[in-house]
Design a protein around this ligand. Structure first.
Ligand code: 5GP
Length: 196
């Protein structure tokens, strides 16, 4: 895939371990960022959760439909996400939709998807959101008191693997305090816009 078709389009990729508060950050950025951002709605083969709306939270596709569209080259990136065995991907049409709305597409995707983007689109702005420290992350998990020891260990192992990828992102932001994280990301966006 070449960046040609998307050469003049800008997108922002956000990744980070689950439980790091990514969805809150995405929602706030969509509403408050001084650089207009449009949330890219991913496609997935997983079933909708309660309260999730097709076309809003995800495009929920059957595996057949996902595969057909993947083979037809409709995805900018896609990956089978380790933890669930389900497919997730960003449709190229989402980038066009954001551009038509006069904004940059904001992609909240996993590290495999981000790697594909970095390889193909040098203009992409990639940001990794991490936790203050593993000890802190573990304490937060335990304080919630909702998970078994086994589940906690699984989450820690996943987080460790994801954190190991952080270095391949252009920017890393530690989500210690939400307000501070948002202002740090805003600063990065404005700088990037100036350079574009
Ligand atoms: P969930 O099923 O909890 O909504 O998402 C699970 C994981 O899928 C998250 O780590 C999220 O970053 C990743 N994900 C969501 N959409 C995409 C996508 O379009 N592409 C890729 N590569 N990963 C995605």
């Amino acid at each position: 895939m070449s960046s040609g078709e998307f050469g003049s389009m800008q997108f922002v990729v956000l990744s980070g371990p689950s439980g790091v508060g990514k969805s809150t950050i995405v929602d706030r950025l969509i509403r408050e960022s001084p650089v207009r951002l449009v949330k890219s709605v991913s496609a997935t083969t997983r079933a909708p959760r309660k309260n999730e709306v097709d076309g809003q939270d995800y495009y929920f596709l059957s595996l057949d439909e996902f595969t057909r569209r993947r083979l037809a080259g409709e995805f900018l990136e896609c990956a089978e996400v380790h933890t669930s065995g389900k497919w997730y991907g960003t449709l190229k049409s989402e980038i066009h939709r954001a551009a038509a709305l006069g904004g940059w597409a904001l992609l909240e995707i996993d590290v495999q998807g981000a790697r594909q983007i970095v390889d193909n689109f040098p203009q992409a702005l990639t940001i990794f959101i991490s936790t203050p420290s593993e000890a802190d992350f573990e304490r937060r998990l335990r304080d919630r008191g909702t998970e078994s020891e086994e589940a906690i260990q699984k989450r820690l192992a996943t987080a460790r693997a994801e954190l190991a990828e952080a270095g391949s992102y252009r920017f890393q932001v530690v989500n210690d305090d939400l307000a501070q994280t948002l202002s740090e990301i805003t600063r990065i966006l404005l700088e990037w816009k100036d350079k574009a």
